[in-house]
Design a protein around this ligand. Structure first.
Ligand SMILES: [Zn+2]
Length: 252
């Protein structure tokens, strides 16, 4: 399938194998819709893949299927901890910023989508720390920066104050410099249009994805709308190509 009468090949590079979703179903839907799928699992402490044995098992389990294969990385030492040979078998690596040390940098990583686990007393001070967290993730050898400009529930009403143009530009500039794609997620309100427009102007590459929790098909309307509204072309969209640590290139 191509987007809205254009000839842009579409990808869904955020298909979790969880909640009944399997690689076989991903392949079937790819054939049905023409949208290429990238399947992945979460890796990190307390996540489905913690060890190299489990990573090898995952990679062997999806080998031979005509889908792209990735990981969502949840710990910040993943690239130091796992076998380069195993990581080299990936097509892409995706990371979001939704797990962060709270309440300070020395505290344990906390799931920001669980508001009962923490409070944000000073949003501006938190945002300064969150920016550093974002930039640290953008320094990892990832290919897709997922759910960019995400804000937790407690401060989401402050989006325009916290995400100043300057901060957005810093994130985008780093992503462009590192060749990291910025995700437009079908099921998220992030990033807002101001970020997408700025990213497009600054030469960023975008990745489309659904981020499923089960095997119920997800409408990619939000992604297609962004492609149409911002006039994105094939060269603006990320397509993985096999390489060290999942680094990819945009279509040209
Ligand atoms: Zn995900």
């Amino acid at each position: 399938m191509t987007a809205l009468g254009t000839n842009i090949p579409l990808y869904d590079l955020h298909v979790h194998l969880r909640g009944g979703m399997t690689v076989e179903k991903a392949v079937a839907r790819q054939e049905e819709s023409g949208i290429m799928r990238g399947v992945l699992r979460n890796i990190g402490t307390g996540w489905p893949i913690e060890t190299d044995e489990q990573l090898a098992e995952f990679l062997d389990g999806v080998a031979g299927f005509p889908v792209l294969v990735g990981l969502q990385v949840n710990d910040r030492d993943w690239h130091l901890k796992h076998s380069p040979e195993l990581l080299g078998r990936l097509d892409f690596v995706l990371a979001d910023t939704m797990i962060m040390a709270m309440p300070d940098d020395d505290a344990p990583p906390t799931k920001l989508w669980m508001p009962e686990l923490y409070t944000i007393d000073d949003p501006e001070a938190w945002m300064r720390r969150y920016m550093q967290h974002n930039l640290r993730i953008l320094a990892e050898p990832i290919s897709i920066f997922a759910n960019p400009t995400y804000l937790p529930e407690a401060v989401k009403h402050l989006y325009d104050e916290l995400w100043t143009d300057q901060r957005m530009a810093e994130i985008i500039q780093r992503a462009v410099a590192e060749g990291i794609a910025l995700e437009i997620q079908a099921t998220s309100e992030y990033p807002h249009d101001r970020f997408i427009g700025m990213a497009k102007d600054m030469g960023a590459v975008f990745s489309l994805g659904t981020n499923n929790f089960d095997d119920i098909p997800i409408d990619m309307k939000r992604c297609h709308d962004v492609v149409a509204r911002f006039g994105l072309r094939a060269g603006d969209l990320y397509r993985p190509s096999r390489g060290p640590l999942g680094r990819g290139k945009a279509l040209s």
